[in-house]
Design a protein around this ligand. Sequence first.
Ligand SMILES: NC(=O)c1ccc[n+]([C@@H]2O[C@H](COP(=O)([O-])OP(=O)(O)OC[C@H]3O[C@@H](n4cnc5c(N)ncnc54)[C@H](O)[C@@H]3O)[C@@H](O)[C@H]2O)c1
Length: 413
Amino acid sequence: VEDIMQEIPVGLIGGGFMARVHSLGYAALPYFFWPRQVTMGKRRLADQEEGLARQAAERFGWEEHTCDWRAVAEASDIGLVDICTPNDLHAEIALSAIAAGKNILCEKPLAMSADEAWTMYEAAEQAGVVHAVGFNYRMTPAVQMAKRLIDEGKIGRIYHFRGFYLQDFGIDPKLPLSWRFQAARAGSGSLGDIGAHVIDMAQYLVGDLARVTADAETFVHDRPLATSVLDTLAMARQGSPSTARGTVDVDDGVSFLIRFANGAMGTIEATRFAYGRKNHLAFEVNGDCGSIRFDWERRNELYFYSADDPADQQGFKTIIAGPPHPYGEAMWPMAGIGTGYLESTVILLQELSYALAGKGGAMPTFEDGWKVCAVLDAVQESARQGNWVTIPPMPPFQVPAPTDSSQFGSSIC
Ligand SMILES: NC(=O)c1ccc[n+]([C@@H]2O[C@H](COP(=O)([O-])OP(=O)(O)OC[C@H]3O[C@@H](n4cnc5c(N)ncnc54)[C@H](O)[C@@H]3O)[C@@H](O)[C@H]2O)c1
């Protein structure tokens, strides 16, 4: 079998946490999925700090490093630009890379606002490049199984979606004021950082949101200034030796009521202030034929209640994710071995590689990125005003006939 269809040299921008995850993902992809759709070679990594760029490139297996992100985004030898920087840089980098005809994988939230996200989506569509956004959690086999059950009508008409993303790393007031606590760099706090994943999950599983009403709070109003550009949780645990302090101007916790366009109702909560909750991304969906529950901290299990079960056997059953489930055959040979954070990224990269090979690709795209940003904007507006806010429809854009924009644009597909 021909295993190398197309070379797509990758350039990654950012040398922090997600750079590590994505680097591992590119390396692991052929360990899980074979034959490959395209070869995504780790060509060049950029970070603003020379030391970080050099170390990340050496450690994560990149051929070259640079401190200039344009030497990745606009370089003639790069086919896919992978954006793993703080959120305020996503749009500038993506637009510059799209103008150079690059395919894009951008971390979430896609942008600082829905307007910015729409500009990115429109530019990518008009350039005819492949675009993906890093909503990796939805790619988890158990979540994919939840999607299959819902699409097959196994829980029927959906009445409720209840979603959480709870962490506790923000509680320590000594935690430095990293970019995650600054509106100018992050856009929002727990909302965009972790709530974005639950919003994506809600819209992926149930449908588009129509309106929200929200409440948000900042519990710790100032923090010691960070002494490093890198915001790793390891650093967070050490605290910062800096005595200078800066203002936190994002939400530490947020909760909101949601109403879907299809009439289903629900709630979403996101916080970095819930002791005991480490990475508790969880949801429950209730329909007129049954219910589904999922908790990322037990991500190899899906809980399914069917109203069709005999009355004396009713209750949630635990499905153990394994080979019979979506992507399961490519994972490990037995149910119960389990998949983790890395595998969710690998599955996303596999779908991206299908798209790069011109064969579709069922990954989250900039359209999904826009849909989440539209909700983030509405939640923030509602939290400020204290009323229901309607999610606007996506503005229309004209997609011209595809042009041959670059060697690595969609023309290869
Ligand atoms: N999908 C997920 O599960 C997930 C998890 C964590 C973070 N994220 C997202 O990934 C992105 C990065 O987060 P992270 O946790 O890796 O942050 P991080 O702080 O660990 O790393 C960010 C890196 O970007 C670098 N950087 C900043 N400005 C730069 C510039 N001008 N040029 C080049 N490099 C620059 C920093 O030096 C740092 O190394 C964010 O958008 C975040 O929301 C996604």
